[in-house]
Design a binder for this molecule. Structure first.
Ligand code: NAD
Ligand code: ZN
Length: 291
């Protein structure tokens, strides 16, 4: 693959339908651990196996604690220059100067941390507003809470549960810091968050491994029409997102990968910009002095 910025800009200039497929690496520079880098009480657990319906059925308290940990991380994080660059690309007037032939732009993110939404808010001015429909959070959102029975969904930043989970998390970290054996603190089932409508147990409103993706039909259409796909900070191991870039290429489109390391499919990409996407993406887009 090429790493020539001028060649990339020429492709960008001519692209009509642009998609970005983003993963955990997009938020890495914001201090949000990828699953492989998860710390705290989750270091000794396989994070991937906690993001499953089976894990929740077996131990809802443990899974809620895992999501609480991730919420805390996300709340403390700030969007980085890559989130900002993508948010700016979703402002029609900004995009017109960078990709003047583009008719559509969509950011398909596997991340649930809400940082792309916050970046969009941060770049909004009276004259320039990101197109809200440009952002597709295919794996849901960390702060959505959904009823396991009636599916009633609410946005929740501060449930009383957070207090209990926060205390458990801190107590655990204190134990680890004191060199004590790691114990698992468990919140009693009756203290887990309940639905305000039917009082059943609620769950994080995210898409777990093995679950279907409600946005998939819409995503398939976008992938089908795309002639340029930017793959940002994803290992391309998690399906179906991993196959999006490949499909774009199959249809004659171009693919540019932004990653710190070689990942699956990098060798067949048209462009590979190796390094932190918080630096490489604004640079390739020509936004590094404004980001
Ligand atoms: P992953 O392995 O799919 O993605 C991480 C990728 O990012 C790796 O290829 C890594 O080389 C790359 N990377 C790391 N730092 C980077 C940087 N600064 N710039 C560019 N690339 C960088 O992610 P995972 O953690 O194994 O997650 C698997 C699934 O869980 C995915 O759906 C993922 O999006 C989700 N997840 C989301 C979040 C979040 O919401 N922030 C966090 C963890 C996991
Ligand atoms: Zn309910």
């Amino acid at each position: 693959p090429s790493n020539n910025i001028q060649e990339f800009r020429a492709i960008l200039h001519a692209a009509k339908h642009i998609i970005v497929v983003a993963g955990a690496g997009l938020s890495a520079a914001s201090g949000i651990p990828t699953f492989r880098g998860a710390g705290g009480m989750w270091r000794s657990l396989d994070a991937m196996s906690l993001a499953t319906p089976e894990a929740f059925a077996k131990d809802p308290s443990l899974v809620w604690q895992f999501y609480h940990y991730r919420r805390e991380k996300a709340l403390r994080a700030e969007p980085n220059a890559a989130h900002v660059a993508l948010a700016k690309l979703s402002i029609p007037s900004v995009r017109a100067s960078i990709a003047p032939s583009s008719k559509t732009f969509h950011l398909i993110t596997q991340n649930v941390d809400g940082l792309s939404t916050r970046a969009a808010r941060a770049v909004t001015t009276a004259q320039e507003t990101p197109d809200a429909s440009a952002l597709l959070e295919m794996h849901g959102r960390l702060f959505d809470v959904r009823c396991t029975k009636c599916s009633h969904t609410t946005l929740d930043f501060s449930s009383p549960l957070c207090q209990a989970l926060g205390d458990a998390d801190r107590a655990h970290e204190d134990e680890v810091a004191a060199g004590k054996k790691e114990t698992q603190i468990s919140i009693p089932l009756e203290d887990l968050p309940k639905c305000s409508v039917c009082n059943s147990l609620t769950r994080p409103g995210v898409v777990w491994f093995g679950e279907s993706i409600p946005l998939l039909p819409q995503l398939d259409k976008l992938v089908e029409q795309a002639d340029l796909c930017l793959v940002v900070g994803t290992s391309s191991l998690v399906q179906p997102a991993a196959s999006f870039a490949w499909q774009v290429q199959e249809n004659g489109g171009r693919v540019a990968v932004f990653n710190v390391e070689d990942s699956l499919g990098t060798d067949t990409a048209d462009f590979f910009f190796q390094g932190g996407c918080e630096i490489e993406l604004p640079r390739a887009l020509g936004m590094d002095d404004t980001a």
